[in-house]
Design a protein around this ligand. Structure first.
Ligand SMILES: [Fe+2]
Length: 435
């Protein structure tokens, strides 16, 4: 079914992969069609989730006026927190519970879309907060049934949240990022208008662009689905099922687009071809990782972002230290690919080639180094931080970072190489500085 015998069937192991597609409209003008889509879904009164910055952009005005023109009652909630927390999820859920809505719309980046997923969940199936949160941090209970319709309108070309069933947040008391994962959280429909990225600051385009690259790279190098034990019944098949032939298709094209467009989109806000190309890459990578799952870089990113002390990048709110999601991920990637390449050398070399690296004469033993170097070059060109050292982390933080990452078992088990806490410490040490 695929090259290099990547998927080998074994007795007692998985033979089936699932494709949970997202309904998507992609292209200039997609947001203006939302009135029609909302009526099709039978909506009469919706909550529009956004944050204070995005609330002032044209996207929110376009969405609200199209909904109102269709005769739909609209209430805007603009208090979504960038990099949400358990507290901000609870506040949004309270708003959703009290508003008597029959559906939800989110307009913003991953923080907004994730918050809307959580608000939809807790207002539809009220429960103690940790009930649905991933184990072992939360109880990891299944979402009891279908949620209300949710139309997601992304305004950054990054998270792919519009295509996934995952909502990520900081659990404040434990200083750790974690999430809620269920197919039922996946938005009903994603409206993706690539023009929304035209006004984004370069640093935001860079951070979200490397998030896209990482989604595709991690999905493509995730443990093959055929290496997972067969579930006792189809209902127990995990959403993060590992690399599979369906996700591979989107990953390859997303990686090729990242190689061609990512740095260009950062350097020149007027490069419409590059910014549109990254928006489509984000969509492809979102569909891919929504069906395969990411692994070590995202698992490590949780504590990199959650423990940040004084980092304040340009282009983001200045009220408090913040590590944008894409930055917390990409600083781990070169270290991880050097570690994982021996498990899947051909795939790692192929990723380097898709990103535009010259792999002529490279052998499979070189795969990790060739790929790491190609990503480091892109990070430098896009002026990303030089490893976790540049975010303020030192040797004294390694044990805590690894402890936080080790709690992300849902992601770690998707790695092509099994890791323990000591391995994670080594991976953080190797991520301290790259050039
Ligand atoms: Fe991500």
């Amino acid at each position: 079914m695929s090259c290099c015998h990547h998927y080998e069937f074994m007795d007692g192991h998985e033979h089936v992969f699932a494709v949970d597609p997202s309904a998507i409209r992609f292209g200039q003008g997609a947001l203006a069609e939302i009135g029609h889509d909302a009526l099709e879904l039978g909506l009469k009164r919706v909550a529009v989730f956004t944050d204070r910055v995005v609330a002032k952009l044209d996207a929110v005005a376009t969405v609200c006026s199209a909904l109102r023109a269709a005769g739909i009652d609209v209430v805007v909630y603009d208090e979504v927190r960038v990099e949400p927390t358990d507290q901000s999820f609870k506040d949004a859920s309270r708003f959703a519970s009290e508003g008597n809505f029959d559906g939800f719309v989110s307009v913003g980046g991953g923080s907004v879309i994730d918050t809307c997923k959580a608000a939809n969940l807790y207002s539809t199936y009220p429960a103690k907060f940790l009930t649905y949160v991933n184990a072992p941090i939360g109880d990891g209970q299944a979402v009891p049934g279908a949620l209300k319709p949710h139309i997601a309108c992304p305004t950054t070309s990054g998270t792919g949240s519009e295509c996934t069933g995952i909502a990520v947040f900081d659990l404040l008391e434990q200083h750790v990022k974690t999430g809620i994962a269920s197919r039922r959280l996946r938005p009903t429909l994603a409206l993706i208008d690539p023009d929304v990225t035209a006004t984004l600051p370069a640093n935001v385009v860079a951070a979200s662009g490397f998030d896209v690259l990482s989604h595709a790279l991690e999905s493509y190098t995730a443990r093959p689905y055929t290496q997972r034990k067969k579930p006792e019944n189809a209902g127990l098949r995990p959403m993060s099922q590992g690399s599979n032939p369906w996700s591979d298709v989107g990953c390859r094209e997303a990686l090729r687009s990242c190689g061609e467009y990512l740095v260009r989109a950062v350097k020149d806000s007027g490069d419409t071809e590059a910014r549109h190309g990254m928006m489509f890459a984000a969509t492809l990578a979102g569909i891919a990782f929504g069906n395969s799952g990411v692994h070590l870089p995202h698992g490590m990113a949780y504590s990199v972002a959650g423990m940040i002390r004084d980092y304040q990048p340009d282009g983001y709110p200045k009220e408090e230290p913040i590590c944008p999601h894409g930055i917390s991920v990409v600083v781990d990637v070169p270290s991880v690919v050097r570690f994982t390449a021996p498990a899947l050398p051909a795939r790692h070399l192929e990723v380097a080639k898709l990103l535009g690296a010259d792999v002529t004469g490279a052998s499979e033993e070189d795969a990790g180094e060739v790929l790491a170097e190609s990503i480091i070059r892109m990070m430098r060109d896009a002026e990303m931080p030089n490893g976790i050292g540049a975010l303020g982390y030192g040797e004294g933080d390694i044990a805590s970072l690894a402890e936080g990452a080790f709690a992300q078992q849902r992601l770690l088990t998707n790695s092509p190489i099994a890791v323990n806490e000591e391995d994670l410490q080594g991976l953080y040490r190797s991520a301290a500085t790259y050039w």
